[in-house]
Design a protein around this ligand. Sequence first.
Ligand code: ATP
Ligand code: MG
Length: 468
Amino acid sequence: MIKKESFKGRIILFSILIMSFLVVFLSIASAFLLKEISLHITEDSLKAESQEILNDLIDENDGEECKLPDVRISNICISEETLKTYNPKNKESVLVLVKDNKVIYSSLPEFPKNISFQSPTFQLKLKNNDYLFSTVKVENSAIPGVSLILGRNVSDLKKTLNVFVLSISLLGIGVTFLGGLIIYRKLNSEFKYLEDLILKIESISEKNFGNYKINCGHQCPQEFKFLAKTFNNLMNRIFRLVENQKNFLSNAAHELKTPLTVILSQVEIALRRERKQKEYREILENIKEEISQMTDTVKKLLILSRIELDKQKISFQEVDLKEVIKKSINLVTPLAEKENIKVSFKLQEDKSLKIKGDKTLLIQLFVNILENAIKYNIYGGSVNIDVKNTEQELRVSISDTGVGIPEKEINRVFEKFYTVKECDLKEPGTGIGLSIVKEIAELHRASLKIESKLNKGTTIYIAFKKNL
Ligand SMILES: Nc1ncnc2c1ncn2[C@@H]1O[C@H](COP(=O)(O)OP(=O)(O)OP(=O)(O)O)[C@@H](O)[C@H]1O
Ligand SMILES: [Mg+2]
């Protein structure tokens, strides 16, 4: 069934319409052309014949005396008798002589007695037949205003032309029908691939969408192969996104579950028996510690989801990077003092360092890097912040004298919830800090690089473009 609203239906209807239009146009044009040519040929032969007749009549009547209604041509009279007995070579021809629009002789009695003609060639319907007439003025006539009109029955010619138009039209309809059928069958076989793809896509469910790949075979048209490939890529991206979300959720739940388990066990210990006030205080201190860790984790999770969800809404303003770094240092100072770590900020010139960005997010970025530089440092170690002001970029480096990261793990520390397993020296956190750093850097189109040597220290480089 051809449905008008379907793509296939539209193509078929459109092609049939174009074909029909072409066929109708071609048959009308060729019939018209043929008619013109045939009438032109007939007209030419009539003119030639008129001349011949004129010559014959003159020869036959040479020297005869002239009296009306005899006709005088070139001082030669043609009697009515001669005209009546005159036998044109072409039996079909009608011979008429006209003087001043009055017929003085006609071989066909039905021909009108008076005639006024504008053009030398004209058509008349006589005795249910179509006649084509051609007029020749008799030159040098002794009686001026005499014209010879020769006509021929063109009914058969017209009938032949009509039959021709009809046959061409019938042939056209046949060709259109056959063409439509061929197009329909061809499109049907091509669209089979698309319909197959749709069926395959429909069969994708929640259970199999991870490893499901659709393909439309070797014979499949190029465009549909490309469509299948694009669809597979899209599915792949969606699958990875869903997997990331699932992992994120389970990791986040896991991170929150650990302190909650500790809190629960602490409460159970407290409730097991009556305790001294000092013991209760100690348990409450432990619970407080776990709750503050949980709060910290939830805060980081919220920052991460805010960046991912509100990416479009974040508005960039002119920010002084020097101010941002100073503010971040202030925020981590209590932690640094606890670990007796010296944080120094070197700046070659005291100019303001302007970039386009979100101030709160940039502070988050530096606080997370500085927290790591302090947390994974040795007691009494140091952290150095350096800014290089180049023509295009502001290059910030934050280096510490800490435990460092094993080489094979360096590339993974920016992954969500990734913490270095082999690090026995320091207790890792939730593994969200550097993923927040990565997201904020990407948002500001800043490049991020990390270098680290075990037991020597780590340096993080961030380069901000001056013209965003
Ligand atoms: N400066 C550093 N020195 C040594 N190891 C580091 C440093 N920075 C990061 N790491 C390692 O990379 C891991 C990931 O860091 P990230 O900041 O993402 O998480 P975290 O510090 O463990 O937890 P969070 O920051 O979410 O509290 C850390 O667990 C740590 O092992
Ligand atoms: Mg961290």
